[in-house]
Ligand binder design. Structure first.
Ligand SMILES: Cc1cc2nc3c(=O)[nH]c(=O)nc-3n(C[C@H](O)[C@H](O)[C@H](O)COP(=O)(O)OP(=O)(O)OC[C@H]3O[C@@H](n4cnc5c(N)ncnc54)[C@H](O)[C@@H]3O)c2cc1C
Length: 489
């Protein structure tokens, strides 16, 4: 009691304590998450909430026999099914008007794991995290994932996702075997030698060729990497990356381009994960860390202008500070995601990704400078972030975005939700897409549908064959979604 009185006699001490207490409370308020999925009146949306649509119902996937019956009943009753994982796709890829949505997240068991052959068979509703939790203590890791491990495996394969790995090629190429529930209700187990090429259409097939029930994934060692970071100017990046690829010292890599007014599309930094020769089976999987701090920094950048310059400087300092640290492969594949949450009413944040052939990068970025405004502080359409990743030439999927070795530019964009604001965003993104096509590039299909149908067809001339295959493998049009309806049907 005496101690309390002593504190009360020192007002500065009391004020500091109160300040610390308030800071602690604010720090620990959970970050508000986006609301998506099923809402009232059976309206469903995906991650951006941009395309609400009425669905008949959502069914949780549980037993294979039930799923098979669902497909057979749909054929008889003329009903449509869409398949959903975590629903982080952003263009209505997981639902269809008045259709049934199959929620795969409950279909997530590990069926077999063999550390000797470095393979794991897992149901497709499992996330990369679910797999990491089983394999980490065996010193094993995944070959190709997105930068984050929150996504379902079925959803990731159906968009043929890519991430930071630069050695193992496309995600589809890391699958040894797949069990598929076909659109005619058959259960098929197929591997890479399948004469009917199911994998080619199912992977990167946006849930239109049946339900991936389970897959056998190839694993690799959980290597320990040395983080090596560097600042570069934009015109040095092509040559820098080609020598990185040739040197074989780096396993994983990504880069970030400045979108801050002072250094707009001029400065870059790179983050490499270099082999150390060490493997790890003891380091625990990292949990989300410092989300509030990262969100605070990103919120600063979101203001644009000088604050965006400051945000870029902070990022560079942070990147410098991690140079020389080590990290396991599994942990590189578990990048934080909560700090990206954005819930401001009447505005939205979306992702877009453009792919350009590696040797077109510099010219492309110079042209892009003419298209975008360096300081978007007072504009509705804001670019917050451009990350560059490598997407190796992919022959394993039909609707492939990497027809040759490409750089993928992942863009975080914010714009308003009024009709004219969405229309403006569409105009800018369509111009951006035209520019990308002029440079021999493509764009990523799981995101919101700003691109016109004509642009889709130019970017993916193989769409016609895709459609023919869809019609012949799914003659009753059981598997449908808004993406297919909008661009291909
Ligand atoms: C914050 C954020 C970060 C991202 N980072 C990356 C990244 O680093 N690299 C990258 O490549 N992409 C990235 N993406 C895109 C992401 O990889 C895709 O949206 C992916 O589809 C997400 O998986 P999901 O479980 O949410 O799939 P969903 O969005 O639920 O589904 C995607 C597609 O797969 C189909 N599908 C789902 N499960 C099955 C199944 N079992 N059988 C058949 N079809 C199925 C669906 O019908 C749909 O067409 C990111 C997206 C967000 C929002």
């Amino acid at each position: 009691m005496q101690k309390v009185f002593k504190v009360m006699k020192k007002p500065w001490l009391l004020a500091s304590l109160v300040f610390l207490m308030i800071a602690w409370i604010v720090w620990n308020i959970p970050i508000e998450k986006r609301k998506y999925g099923l809402s009232q009146h059976n309206l469903l949306t995906d991650y951006t909430g941009l395309l609400p649509e009425r669905v008949e119902r959502v069914i949780k996937a549980e037993a294979v026999t039930d799923l098979q019956k669902l497909v057979k009943d749909a054929i008889v009753n003329g009903r449509q099914i869409s398949v959903a994982g975590l629903q982080h796709s952003q263009g209505g890829h997981t639902y269809y008007k008045d259709g049934v949505v199959l929620d795969m997240r409950t279909f997530n068991k590990v069926l077999a794991f063999d550390p000797m052959t470095k393979t794991i068979r897992v149901e497709a509703g499992a996330t990369w995290e679910d797999v990491q939790e089983v394999i980490n203590s065996h010193g094993l890791a995944l070959k190709v994932t997105q930068s984050q491990s929150i996504f379902t495996i079925g959803g990731s394969l159906s968009v043929n996702a890519h991430g930071r790995d630069i050695r193992f090629g496309s995600m589809a190429g890391t699958i040894k075997e797949m069990t598929l529930l076909t659109p005619t209700g058959e259960i098929k187990t197929v591997n890479r030698d399948d004469q009917e090429d199911w994998m080619k259409y199912v992977f990167g097939g946006f849930g239109l060729f049946g339900v991936i029930l389970d897959v056998t994934l190839e694993l690799t060692d959980n290597d320990v990497y040395l983080i090596q970071t560097e600042q570069l100017s934009l015109q040095d990046y092509e040559a820098y990356f080609m020598s990185l690829l040739a040197n074989k010292e780096t396993a994983m890599h990504y880069a970030r381009v400045s979108v801050a007014p002072k250094t707009f599309l001029e400065e870059m930094y790179v983050i490499n994960y270099d082999y150390t020769g060490k493997k790890d089976d003891v380091t625990p999987l990292k949990e989300e860390d410092g989300a509030r701090l990262s969100k605070l920094a990103l919120d600063l950048g979101r203001q644009g202008g000088k604050l965006e310059d400051l945000f870029w400087e902070i990022q560079k300092k942070y990147i410098d500070s991690i140079d020389g640290r080590t990290m396991t492969r599994n942990n590189v594949m578990r990048s934080e995601s909560t700090f990206m949450e954005f819930t401001k009413p009447s505005r939205v944040e979306v992702l877009q990704e453009f792919f350009v052939p590696i040797d077109s990068y510099e010219e492309y970025m110079n042209d892009l400078k003419q298209l975008l405004s360096a300081n978007d502080k007072d504009e509705d359409f804001k670019v917050h972030n451009i990350t560059v990743r490598y997407a190796a030439k992919d022959d394993g999927t039909h609707l492939n975005y990497a027809k040759e070795d490409m750089f993928g530019l992942v863009i975080l964009i914010q714009h308003g939700l009024k009709e004219n604001e969405v229309a403006d965003a569409e105009t800018i993104i369509q111009k951006w897409t035209d520019l990308t096509l002029q440079h021999g590039g493509t764009y990523y299909l799981p995101y919101y549908r700003y691109q016109s149908r004509d642009q889709f067809m130019r970017a993916y001339p193989q769409w016609e064959q895709f459609k023919k295959e869809k019609e012949s493998r799914d003659p009753n049009e059981v598997f449908q979604n808004l993406f297919y309806d909008h661009y291909i049907k």
